[in-house]
Structures are given as C-alpha cells and as structure tokens.
Design a protein around this ligand. Structure first.
Ligand SMILES: Nc1ncnc2c1ncn2[C@@H]1O[C@H](COP(=O)(O)OP(=O)(O)OP(=O)(O)O)[C@@H](O)[C@H]1O
Length: 212
C-alpha cells in the first residue's frame, strides 16, 4: 500500500532523511523510530506527499506521487492520505463534526453527515460532534484528529508523535484506534514516535540512523 524506494532528502546541503526500502501492506502498522533529528518527521511528510524528496520514489496504492503535479498531488493526498499531526490542526472555528465534513469537502467527496457522525461514534466522541475543538479534553481532541484523518477511508494514515502529550490511558486508546481504523480501512499506518508505549504494542519498527 505504501512503498518508499531509495529516498534521500536534503535541506540546504545536509541529508536530513534517508531510507532504502520501506514497504507497508494494506492494514499494516509500523513505527518510525530514531534519535531526534534522524528525519522521522521529514520521512513522514514525504510518505504523505506533503514534501517531495530530493531523490527516490514514493507510491501509495500503486500511484506514483512523483508522477503527479502539485494540484493533482494535493487532491490525491486529500482523498487517500490521513494525517494526524502532533499539534492537531483542528480548525478552531468549526465544530468537531464540521472538521470532518471539511475534510470530505476538501477531498472533493460528497459531504456525508451520517458517515461523519458514525466515524465520531466509532471513536467514542459522538457526544462532542457539535462542540468547538477548544472545548475538548486533550484525549477527545486527539480522537477528533484521528476521526478527521480516517473519515475519507484513506489508503495511508501517517501520525507524528500522536501519543506524546497523552496519559497512559489515552495513549493506549489512540494507538488502538489508529490500528483498528487502519485495519478497517485497509490502510497502511506509519507512526513516528519516541514513545515506549507505542514500541510495546506495534511490532514492525523501522529505525532511522542519525543523519550524517
Ligand atoms: N524545514 C527545514 N529546513 C531545514 N532543515 C530542516 C527542516 N526541517 C527539518 N530540518 C532538519 O532535518 C533534520 C531532520 O529533521 P526531522 O524533524 O525530520 O527529524 P526527527 O527525527 O523528526 O526529529 P525529532 O525526533 O526531534 O522530531 C534535522 O537536522 C532538522 O534540523
């Protein structure tokens, strides 16, 4: 579902991220590990099509991202990639449900309120559908971000330190939900993290080396 080959990325003259081969099957979860500065966030952004690598090939569900121009890449990402950022980037002026509907609209999909509510229900936050993100607890906000990342049934879900600021209960819940949703959507799941709790529950682990 996700295939990275011979990836190098340079900011200025320095190599910030490199990976030879990384293949993830549909529904397969994996962790991206490595010391601070080894390029985890950079690689996650490359896998998600947010950043074009200096070298190498990225394919999602058979589609080469290199082959897409910027507009087509934005459209593809909105439709096929779910992203959970560490700072959640929920739109503050929209309710939780409206954040999901905006993700559908932005991807050019029909706005489907029933599916939006069902996605929130699956994450146990249907009662928060009509409140603004500022009114959510941290755990609820993290679930809302997972809901928004999965509402379009993406082929790939990427998450950058999704448990960093959560207590053990919420961290467990978010890791379980991400994996359950990846399985349900048959999406590959790639999580960049330092969190030992994630290392304990996801077996496939890809460790980046400190950049030269
Ligand atoms: N926009 C940028 N411009 C220039 N250099 C950058 C940029 N973003 C990241 N870097 C550099 O690229 C390298 C890899 O950064 P990246 O954020 O991908 O690492 P990371 O493994 O996610 O780190 P951390 O675990 O601390 O979040 C670092 O040396 C960083 O300083």
């Amino acid at each position: 579902m996700l295939s990275l080959q011979a990836i190098r990325h340079r900011y200025d003259d320095r190599t910030a991220a490199r990976v030879e081969v990384l293949d993830l099957a549909a529904g397969e979860p994996a962790l991206l590990l490595g010391p601070s500065g080894s390029g985890k966030t950079t690689l996650l952004h490359i896998a998600a099509g947010l950043l074009r690598p200096s070298e190498g090939l990225v394919r999602i569900g058979g589609q080469s991202l290199t082959a897409l121009d910027d507009i087509a890449l934005d459209r593809f990402r909105g439709r096929h990639v779910g992203i959970v950022f560490q700072r959640l980037h929920l739109i503050g002026s929209l309710t939780v449900l409206q954040n999901l509907l905006a993700a559908q609209y932005g991807a050019g999909l029909p706005v489907d309120i029933g599916h939006g509510r069902a996605t929130l229900a699956a994450l146990g936050i249907e009662a928060q559908a009509d409140v603004l993100p500022a009114r959510l607890s941290q755990g609820q906000a993290q679930r809302a971000a997972v809901a928004r990342a999965t509402v379009n049934r993406p082929q790939l879900i990427v998450a950058d330190e999704p448990t960093a600021s959560l207590d053990d209960r919420n961290a467990d819940a978010v890791l379980n939900l991400l994996q359950a949703h990846a399985r349900a959507c048959e999406a590959a799941l790639l999580i960049a993290t330092h969190d030992a709790r994630a290392k304990a529950c996801i077996k496939r682990q890809i460790t980046l080396e400190a950049s030269a």
